[in-house]
Design a protein around this ligand. Structure first.
Ligand SMILES: Cc1cc2nc3c(=O)[nH]c(=O)nc-3n(C[C@H](O)[C@H](O)[C@H](O)COP(=O)(O)O)c2cc1C
Length: 366
């Protein structure tokens, strides 16, 4: 590992929040909150390790945003009341102690919720049964039930949930918020042609299907004010449909990334299985390159399959400002420090996520 990695250790800035380097921890759900959605001491110790290990930015696991239909998983943390805010404050403080920045990922599971202590049924843009199967390592089993199509009022409530949670995240001390618009959850369901069959103002062509992400972004921006970074995570693939591709290909990329840029997103976080590969079959450009092209001035976080500094630098050369690491960070909570010290990195061991994906004592031992 002799290549010069200095470019990965330069500082950067997202909406006035400075990051000490280009390494972020990708959002990862670990179902380790208490049953009532309160962040735990285990979580504080888990997140603190990444900050101590040199990461510039941590993005939380997806946090549910309301006490209606948002929760996706049993033992998922929420940020819907004062008790949950106080619990997060403890986690945030332990991260800040080590010089990292911390963004809260705000998530509404929509039709692919598989565990919600507030509701027994699910909602989505349309009454279309989700593809795929529930995730057993998050306490799920079998097919997803068909959701009810959301009413105007339920959509308004969901948007308000994002805005109020974002304000609570700032109250908890988070440096920014990330709207989860990826991976098959509610906002992505609205973006997706086969899941969103609506013919009202929330559905239609690709531009019309961005209506929810625009509305959520605007409400969150009002909720937190101009000084707080508000980013959006975007993907093609979904936890329940890994290989999904946007039917409109590059034109869809232009519509989606252009819309987020016009809305004033503080950053875009793109995730793909291998984020450096061409986004579309037979195409040339990665989703990173397309986001850079159609949102030229918006800071860009790239995630997916990056496991070494050379790949991180390749992704940055394609236009990313920050590279987010998922599984390799689970195996190396001190990944940035190891790279800097020219030490070997450990391989990811998938057994850590079984049988349930909760945080294991062995992860906290080091
Ligand atoms: C255990 C686990 C939990 C995840 N939970 C989330 C999540 O809550 N929100 C999210 O946006 N992505 C989530 N992801 C996806 C990761 O952020 C990331 O996109 C994926 O692991 C690919 O990146 P990697 O190749 O660096 O691991 C999760 C991934 C894993 C492995």
């Amino acid at each position: 590992m002799s290549a010069n990695t200095d470019s990965l250790f330069t500082a950067t800035d997202i909406n006035g929040v400075s990051l000490r380097n280009r390494f972020a921890v990708a959002p990862m759900t670990r179902v380790s909150a208490s049953e009532d959605g309160t962040a735990t001491e285990t979580m504080a110790r888990y997140y603190e390790r990444f900050a101590r290990g040199g990461f510039g930015l941590l993005v939380t696991e997806g946090i549910y945003t309301d006490q209606a239909f948002a929760q996706g998983y049993l033992h998922q943390p929420g940020i819907t009341d004062d008790g949950q805010v106080q619990a997060w404050r403890r986690v945030v403080d332990s991260v800040h102690q080590h010089g990292a920045r911390f963004f809260a990922q705000l998530m509404h599971a929509g039709a692919i919720s598989q565990g919600n202590r507030f509701r027994d049924t699910t909602v989505g843009p349309s009454a279309v049964q989700p593809k795929g199967h529930q995730m057993e390592f998050y306490y799920g089993k079998g097919a997803y039930p068909a959701p009810a199509a959301m009413s105007e009022e339920q959509i308004a409530d969901a948007i308000e949930g994002f805005a109020a949670s974002a304000a609570r995240a700032v109250a908890a001390g988070f440096d920014g918020v990330e709207i989860h618009g990826a991976n098959g959850y509610l906002i992505d369901q609205f973006l997706t042609d086969y899941a969103n069959r609506r013919d009202d103002r929330w559905g239609g062509d690709t531009l019309r299907r961005t209506a929810l992400v625009r509305a959520v972004f605007e409400a969150v921006r009002v909720g937190v004010g101009a000084g707080v970074p508000v980013g959006v995570r975007i993907s093609q693939g979904k936890v329940n449909d890994f290989t999904h591709k946007w039917a409109g290909r590059e034109q869809d990329a232009e519509t989606i990334f252009g819309t987020l840029a016009d809305a004033g997103a503080s950053y875009i976080h793109v995730t793909e299985h291998k984020v450096w590969e061409p986004a579309f079959e037979g195409g040339q450009h990665s989703l990173v390159a397309l986001a850079r092209r159609y949102a030229p001035h918006v800071p860009l976080i790239a995630n997916g399959g990056v496991q070494d500094p050379a790949r991180a630098q390749e992704v940055m050369a394609a236009g990313a400002d920050v590279v987010a690491l998922g599984k390799v960070a689970l195996a190396n909570s001190d990944f940035p420090n190891r790279i800097r010290a020219l030490q070997e990195v450990a391989a990811f061991d998938p057994t850590i996520l079984g049988p349930i994906a909760n945080i294991k004592p062995s992860e906290l031992a080091a």
